[in-house]
Design a protein. Structure first.
Length: 499
């Protein structure tokens, strides 16, 4: 059956105050593909003011090149844990950037303190008679461009599966090897996908449409993967548009994970969003999390926001999602979560530390702009962005992984028992716990352009699920070990766009 797209515009005013910190506990041990061991940690301090020195960070990141220089002033309210971080200087944010047209590298520079308002609209040449409004159905993730992109952590590649035919139509290398890709994020129109490699600290962007790929060798055709068995060598596939090697702190835990797109700017003449941006996070040397805004099509790094004292239980920002104000949110594995206030100039950051039992192994934002958390122990919970109150769903207590929201429900991947939870989004009550057969390790969740729910199992398959007929789910074999928590289809973006 075919579903229809539903979006909702949220007009709530930007938040300025956080909820009082309640403490947190729990430390990830070993690799994240296993269960978690509880321990102790120290939360970001509240009621204090800290100043981060400006200048060039001379620390040499492991397995990366370049340097970072982002002077920031961090001010924490004496009555709340909300942190405002404003860029205070300009300076180089150097990353190694490889374009798809060459194997050489070029440097890009980020200028701080200049903010581009995201999500604004332009009229173009049509004056008061625009061709179409957002939500008219053109350039908004059309069904014929609907794919789910599933990374394989053991193979350093990503599979591209047509969500209608259930056929894997292509597979791409995400790096030279040993990359452990674990997060993919799809643009609102379905044209592009970014894949984050947590082990090597890099990100790669691929075009879904042949028309967007680049004939790098000038042979008059696009040399690209034709099916799941046709995997071109690294940098040889002409649908790879750009790749970045971030100056991260080195090692598996610090590499980029959380990632989300912004839709871009609505162009009435073209009847589509243009200049989409990518926001992603990684851990830099010195204990700071870096959140970067990248031009989605060109790969140019436009802005870096530095968050000192990031409390992600030793891991880089774990999950990312966008709200209806087009502001990116990021959750930590355990510890804090934050919102980057791109609607302010200069950009600020609001930070919250939830109660200890609320953890964000899985993280998403629903159509009302409220974050949802799925922890590996404790309940499924949500945070009301207006009232700053937390609500936990009764009857949910397991090791939860991925989480996603559609117009009516929140869907959660459960381990122990292995199942798919269905939660009523408005009443915040458990509707059902659905079994899948087989079910090994339920991991990632995403909603496609037709509103079908996709559940990815770590052991090499995925399920396409009709919310109105969950038992009739269809299995899709996808070779590899899949460890993914992100917007693999672009459905999270579609859910927050205006009607």
């Amino acid at each position: 059956m075919q579903k229809t797209s539903v979006g909702k515009w949220w007009l709530a005013a930007p938040l300025a105050v956080g909820l009082t910190a309640c403490g947190d506990s729990g430390t990830a041990t070993g690799t994240e593909s296993a269960g978690m061991t509880q321990g102790s940690t120290v939360d970001p301090p509240t009621g204090t003011t800290a100043t981060v020195p400006t200048g060039t960070d001379s620390t040499s990141p492991t397995m990366a090149s370049g340097s970072e220089s982002d002077g920031m002033t961090t001010t924490t309210s004496t009555t709340s844990p909300t942190t405002t971080i404003s860029p205070t200087s300009t300076g180089p944010d150097t990353t190694t950037t490889t374009t798809a047209t060459t194997t050489s590298t070029t440097s890009t520079t980020t200028t701080e303190g200049t903010t581009t308002t995201e999500g604004t609209t332009t009229t173009g040449t049509t004056g008061n008679n625009p061709v179409c409004e957002p939500g008219d159905g053109v350039g908004m993730g059309p069904v014929e461009k609907s794919f789910i992109w599933v990374p394989s952590q053991d193979l350093s590649d990503v599979a591209k599966i047509n969500t209608q035919t259930l056929v894997e139509v292509a597979r791409y290398k995400t790096g030279p090897g040993g990359d452990s890709p674990s997060r993919t994020a799809v643009s609102a129109d379905g044209r592009f996908v970014v894949v984050n490699n947590r082990q090597t600290g890099s990100s790669s962007m691929f075009a879904a449409d042949i028309a967007d790929c680049v004939d790098k060798n000038g042979n008059g055709m696009i040399d690209t993967s034709q099916n799941k068995n046709d995997v071109r060598p690294w940098l040889a596939d002409e649908c790879l548009l750009w790749t970045h090697q971030w100056p991260f702190a080195g090692g598996f835990s610090n590499g980029p994970r959380g990632v989300t797109w912004t839709p871009g700017t609505w162009d009435y003449d073209l009847c589509k969003y243009v200049q989409p941006k990518v926001w992603l996070g990684y851990n830099a040397p010195g204990g700071a999390a870096h959140f970067v805004r990248v031009d989605g099509e060109t790969g140019t790094v436009e802005e870096t926001v530095q968050v000192p004292g990031w409390n992600g239980q030793g891991y880089a920002p774990y999950g990312g999602a966008l709200d209806p104000e087009f502001r990116p949110w990021f959750g930590g594995l355990r510890g804090e979560f934050l919102r980057i206030n791109t609607d302010q100039n200069p950009i600020t950051v609001s930070r919250w530390t939830p109660p200890a039992n609320i953890q964000s192994y899985g993280f998403t934002v629903d159509g009302d702009g409220n974050p949802w958390f799925a922890g590996c122990s404790g309940p499924v919970s949500t945070f009301d962005a207006d009232t700053e109150q937390y609500t936990s769903v009764p009857g949910t207590n397991a090791c939860f992984r991925g989480i996603t929201a559609d117009a009516d429900h929140v869907w959660v991947a459960s381990n122990g028992p292995c199942a798919l939870l269905q939660i009523d989004r408005q009443t915040k009550t458990l509707v059902a716990s659905h079994n899948t057969n087989p079910c090994s390790t339920a991991i990632g969740l995403s909603v496609d352009a037709e509103k079908f729910v996709w559940l990815v199992d770590q052991e090499g398959w995925a399920w396409k699920i009709d919310p109105d007929n969950v038992p009739g789910m269809q299995q899709v074999q996808i070779p590899g070990s899949h460890y993914v928590y992100s917007d693999m289809t672009g459905g999270q973006l579609l859910s927050i766009l205006p009607m």
